[in-house]
Write a protein that binds this ligand. Structure first.
Ligand code: NDP
Ligand code: RET
Length: 319
């Protein structure tokens, strides 16, 4: 009986302390803030998955800095609703919505074709869209969904737009990866998890692929004045968690310690605008500062092999 009383008392003390220190905990959990006041007037930014979560907050901030923001969304209607909200919140905001389904290479090619016809400059490409821990699904081209959307879809999109980015230089590419890359490895023998599927490990693989792509692309872009960096936004309460009940419960219970989408967007914003990053490429950032990359994310051999396999799967030649 006494043990239960002590446990309840301890729990009460913890809750009380959390309430008391809530503002301090929130400030700490919010993480790094982009302090740059840089304007983006005359610059064009493309953000994938900009209709919610981190992508939406990134679009809102960059539009506020005067950029022309193109929101690439698979659901145009949802995208238009968010674009209208951004226009209401920021007078004179230049936001547009274009259809892009990263789970279908035909949609990616159609998007790029139209984009290259109608937009003549691109200064920042933010590969932000993502899916996490979904049940086993395949993209229209037969790729495992998380690898297909998070890595291969963005790989093809970047390939199709790289000429425009080079012509618009100085320009930047951001790849929104994750701390989850630490727990991933590239399963070259079963890239699409046909033998066995673990939704968490498949997500980690796709986020490791993001880091490896960033490093290999940076190496290939040396001297072009186009930089590419990867980002971990932090643990952010967004709809990304929708396929994991445990993660949803955890993030709800510990919401004090988890970032809001606006806080989660800070590192993407920082890497898009910070003047001091103008010539920084092939690095990984979190909380608006350089961040640790796991050894498997630093392997040049794996990065090159993944590059070749990705080209082969997508039927492209990218030297
Ligand atoms: N939230 C977190 O804690 C963390 C997030 N990240 C990364 O941050 C990025 C943004 O995630 P977050 O904002 O949290 O998640 P959200 O689920 O809120 O947003 C994801 C966005 O990606 C879009 N998307 C998903 N599939 C496709 C597709 N096939 N084609 C085009 N767009 C698609 C979604 O569109 P729709 O609305 O139509 O579904 C949505 O706009 C992701 O890359 C994620 O891996 C990394 C670490 C932690
Ligand atoms: C352990 C623990 C947490 C869980 C963190 C997790 C599970 C992070 C997941 C990150 C994601 C979703 C990455 C996406 O790429 C909280 C809730 C912060 C509260 C403090 C203790």
């Amino acid at each position: 009986m006494m043990t239960i009383v002590w446990i309840l008392a301890g729990f009460g003390v913890v809750v009380l302390l959390m309430i008391l220190f809530a503002p301090h905990i929130r400030k700490y959990a919010g993480g790094g803030v982009c302090l740059s006041q840089a304007r983006l007037d005359g610059k064009t930014v493309l953000i994938t998955g900009a209709n919610r979560g981190i992508g939406k907050e990134t679009a809102l901030d960059l539009a506020g800095r005067g950029a022309r923001v193109i929101m690439a969304c698979r659901d145009v209607e949802k995208g238009e609703e968010v674009a209208a909200e951004i226009r209401t919140r920021i007078g004179g905001a230049q936001v547009e919505v274009r259809e892009l389904d990263l789970a279908d290479t035909r949609s990616i090619r159609a998007f790029a074709q139209k984009f290259l016809r109608e937009v003549n400059q691109l200064h920042v490409l933010i590969n932000n869209a993502g899916v996490m821990m979904c049940p086993y699904m395949k993209t229209a081209d037969g790729f495992e969904m998380q690898l297909g959307v998070n890595h291969l879809g963005h790989f093809l999109l970047t390939y199709l737009l790289i000429g425009l980015l080079k012509r618009s230089a100085p320009s930047r590419i951001l790849v929104v990866s994750s701390l989850a890359h630490n727990f991933g490895w590239i399963r070259f023998h079963d890239l699409h998890s046909q033998g066995s599927y673990n939704s968490g490990l498949a997500y980690c693989q796709s986020k490791l692929a993001n880091v490896l792509f960033t490093r290999e692309l940076a190496r290939r872009l040396r001297g072009s004045n186009v930089t590419v960096n990867s980002v971990h936004p932090g643990s952010v309460h967004t709809d990304l968690l929708r396929h994991s009940t445990i993660m949803t419960l955890l993030f709800t219970a510990f919401s004090l310690f988890v970032k809001t989408p606006r806080e989660g967007a800070q590192t993407s914003i920082y890497c898009s605008v910070a003047e001091e990053l103008q010539s920084i490429s092939g690095k990984h950032f979190s909380d608006c500062a350089p961040a640790f990359v796991a050894p498997q994310g630093r392997s040049e051999e794996t990065a090159r092999k993944l590059w070749d396999v990705s080209c082969e799967l997508l039927g492209i030649e990218w030297d």
